[in-house]
Design a protein around this ligand. Structure first.
Ligand code: SF4
Length: 81
């Protein structure tokens, strides 16, 4: 399975990820993205039928803020490093 999380420290609020993967990414009041599966915890497996969208979002993010892994992110700090 794939897991995803947004590094909100580097996100530039460009909205590209939500266009590529509207079911996976949403934005807070400042336009900063978060993974909406589990409120940006990176612990919920991405449904298999959304993995292509995830790849698209990952590739379309201009600041490399979309993090993707084969294992759950255990904490946000880990995702940021
Ligand atoms: Fe932020 Fe990247 Fe999404 Fe743009 S594509 S809103 S920089 S996470």
């Amino acid at each position: 399975a794939k897991y995803t999380i947004v590094d909100q420290d580097t996100c530039i609020a460009c909205s590209a990820c939500g266009i590529a993967a509207p079911d996976l990414f949403d934005y807070n009041d400042e336009g900063i993205s978060f993974a909406c599966l589990d409120d940006n915890q990176g612990m919920t497996p991405v449904p298999e039928d959304m993995e292509d969208d995830l790849e698209d979002a990952y590739e379309s993010c201009p600041s490399n803020s979309i993090k993707m892994a084969d294992e759950p992110f255990t904490c946000k700090k880990e995702a940021a490093s």
